[in-house]
Design a protein around this ligand. Structure first.
Ligand SMILES: C[S@@+](CC[C@H](N)C(=O)[O-])C[C@H]1O[C@@H](n2cnc3c(N)ncnc32)[C@H](O)[C@@H]1O
Length: 170
């Protein structure tokens, strides 16, 4: 939805969406083809991500990192940071392991989504919810200026957003 919305709002933008779930990719492509078709967005398997060198003005990772082991999360954040253009932004929306009650509630729901009803595809056995502090540290180590925002006030889910901005001299 985010990719389609971004593509629809600005035809001059080029948008690439990636996922490991072929069914979701097919749904996204079908939605983009509904008249008036969007010709500035493409949807690719995650295996094609390495070939997407950029530079990108913005990269979003929304509720995906927790499906990867911590080492892969860090590698992905570092590698995406390197593909930003001047003043490019990396936006990572995740769910934090705090506050505990929100985490327990969300964790139970994600176990059901990934293991029981399987509406969320994952190629790893366990879920890893990274703190905003750790995430911000990875971005800072990658040379980005980092801003963090809690998005969970008034909500039962521990949503948070970490935004890294690249320098002008890339
Ligand atoms: C909770 S959903 C979030 C989907 C979308 N970003 C959104 O906000 O609506 C997690 C998505 O991550 C995808 N996913 C899981 N492992 C992935 C990986 N290694 N690379 C890319 N996408 C992955 C799943 O197929 C699923 O579509």
């Amino acid at each position: 939805m985010l990719c389609l919305d971004l593509a629809e709002r600005a035809p001059e933008r080029g948008i690439v969406g990636v996922d490991i779930d072929e069914a979701k990719l097919a749904s996204a492509r079908a939605a983009a083809a509904v008249a008036p078709a969007l010709d500035n967005v493409s949807f690719l398997p995650a295996t094609a991500l390495a070939a997407q060198r950029g530079p990108f003005a913005a990269i979003t990772v929304v509720d995906v990192l927790y499906l990867l082991p911590p080492r892969r999360q860090e590698e992905l954040v570092t590698s995406l940071a390197a593909r930003l253009g001047p003043r490019g932004r990396l936006l990572v929306k995740e769910m934090a392991p705090r506050p505990r009650w929100k985490h327990h509630w969300m964790h139970a729901q994600e176990v059901i989504a990934t293991r029981l009803v399987r509406i969320t595809a994952s190629d790893h056995a366990t879920l890893h919810f990274t703190t905003p502090t750790v995430l911000a540290g990875w971005m800072a180590d990658a040379g980005l200026t980092v801003d963090r925002r809690r998005l969970d006030r008034g909500r039962p889910y521990p949503h948070h957003l970490v935004v890294g901005t690249a320098g002008a001299g890339r």
